[in-house]
Design a binder for this molecule. Sequence first.
Ligand code: SF4
Length: 413
Amino acid sequence: MNKADSERLAGALEHLGMSSVSNPREADVVVLNSCVVRQSAEDRVIGTLGHMKSIKKDRKEQILALMGCMVGANSKDLSKRFPHVDVFMKPQQFGPLLEVIGDRTGIDVEGCLSNLVPTHPSICSFVPVIHGCDLMCTFCIIPFRRGRQISRPLDEIVAEVGSMVNRGMKEVTLLGQTVDAYGHDLEGEVDLADLLRDVSNVKDIKRVRFLTSHPNFMSQRILDMVRDSEKVCEHINLPVQAGDDAILHAMRRRYTQREYIEMIENIRKTIPGVAITTDIIVGFPGETREQFKKSLDLITDLEFDKVHIAAYSTRPGTYAQRNLTDDVSVEEKKERLRELEETQKIVSARNNEKLLGQELEVLVDGAKDGQWRGRTRTDKIAFFTDARELMGRVVKIKVSRTSPWSLGGVICN
Ligand code: SF4
């Protein structure tokens, strides 16, 4: 979501006549787009703000902006802590920075705010379709920082995808904290399946993805659309967060382990060859080793394609911070994280080995160490060599080697 926000702000700054530089020392404007979903992410922002302080000492006229989830309802404390920051902006609220730039340069910024479509979208780009979240998982700070769920109008999203395709985008990922709840707050009967259908019909779009889903909103209608649409990729990220029912309840996740397993079984039955990925938090307050073991068993049994694992960290203002004790030691959290990662490595290696010899479609989006890099429809990273210019092309490769993290192959066409 932050990457999408940054691309949009970059587009607005380009409308003001600015271009990007790679070294912050040379920049007239520096924007730090912050994430505070975990303490480690927040620590990185604070470290970078410290680094920027020394740069600003020599570049007093430089405008330094802090954007994103670190900026809460009240930025007074932040401006006391970081007096060298000129502008604080909540997520997706770009106006304050553009106004400061407008004041300094004498440019009227109004037109730049009305059109925030990225000027140079990547081959694979993101388009936010829902802002905020209405759920209140007890560990999560996002609803406090990004607000209530607001779905963007369907026509506006389709038009935006159209203009990004015209500017070079081949694959779009439709983004929301609970993307499968898309449309539930809009008038009329619109849902993510409708949006996937209409975005797939955009001329010259090659692929459509969506991220992140919530188990409570995943409908049969959405799954049928993924199965039936040629453009929508067969990959679903469905965060489970924990394998134990008491922990799920304490997290306020609103489903049981059994319900989640049945959902995965149904997804696999509906969409042949689908890749399913998930998110898990280890060391939630009160999580015993036996309860953690259920997360371990779950990833062993469900054989996910990928698992994003995070150690619980207390986020200020959340229900968990106010009412629960962060009682799993740091060492124990690290050990649980390691155990899950080791287990998933074995599962991922096994899953990928099954692809040996198969021909898979790859959208080329980069190059590394003399090889082309792309992703399969199931979101697996694939490498291959070929002398032709293939950036942005969809090719077929025959898988000849695998690892837990990627595939290697030989081009077929
Ligand atoms: S659904 Fe996701 S974004 Fe919303 S509160 Fe839960 S974890 Fe946070």
